[in-house]
Design a protein around this ligand. Sequence first.
Ligand SMILES: Nc1ncnc2c1ncn2[C@@H]1O[C@H](COP(=O)(O)OP(=O)(O)O)[C@@H](O)[C@H]1O
Ligand SMILES: [Mg+2]
Length: 317
Amino acid sequence: MQVRAGKDTSLELLKIEGLTKVIRKKKILDDISLTVNSGEIVGFLGPNGAGKTTTIKMIMGLFSITSGKISVQGHDVTKDFENAMRHTGGIVENPDLYKRLTGRQNLAYFASMYDDETKNQIDEVVELVKMKDRIDDKVKTYSLGMRQRVGIAQALLHRPSLLVLDEPTNGLDPIGIKELRDLLKYLSKNAGVGVFISSHLLSEMELMCDRIYIIDNGVMIGEKTIEQVKESDEEEIYSYNFITSDRDRTYAYFKSLEANCEQINGGVTVVMKRDEIPGLIRTLIGMNIDIFAVNQSHRTLEQDFISMTTGTKTQIR
Ligand SMILES: Nc1ncnc2c1ncn2[C@@H]1O[C@H](COP(=O)(O)OP(=O)(O)O)[C@@H](O)[C@H]1O
Ligand SMILES: [Mg+2]
């Protein structure tokens, strides 16, 4: 697929500067800045309510901007909407398809809103999203993964250089997620499309993205390259649940170390590096506290937030 992108591949496709959104006196987004370059898959990671959809709606011109600036290939989304959207394709929340029409009819309908050239793109995008065999069936017979793929085909019809997807893996099964991942990687590496994709799952972002921005409560709390994410994996910061004979003293001890800890379900949970755990156990035993169990949980997004906001090396000694 030929995108409309200029020849200069170092160009920032998407540039968001100091984006702020206030709705009814509440700050939904506070000073968000980020960039997406050509050929890159950039993740936008954050828990529910963080402000991902709000940001994406603003990129697509569906929401007004309180302050700050969004530009696509140098075109300001507010001042030069048409040119910015010429380079932008996206799906916000769910693909908007007519279920009684076939996939092809849907695409033809959307293509009719653009120029004749766009109509000629239909076969190519259908091929690209691997929907050739089913494109003449009605959308209502499609699986969610197929609808998602036709949605992406629709977003690609006018050959945008930037593809924006809001939590596209929601509701997909593992096979659907893998197909989507392969498709996005193909588009970014072979067609030079820049992809901006939101998710609340770190594990998904790790497999797909070149870089990840993390947002929480409308505030950008960090940016990581995938190499940095993998490094912090090696740092092995996990959450451990301690079940002991004296929860209160166990908790007080962890607190005294200034560790991130919490009392739950009769135990105490602490976020720590793996190699710090034997020392903790020895100290607890020295305090005459019996240990019944120590369980290690999987690294969660929440823990990653904690390690990002407190620095990756949790200081406990
Ligand atoms: N139209 C709206 N009016 C008021 N508040 C809104 C509106 N849209 C979203 N919000 C609020 O903005 C915050 C961010 O929401 P959203 O962008 O949907 O988060 P995410 O997509 O990361 O889950 C939430 O607190 C949500 O309640
Ligand atoms: Mg959302």
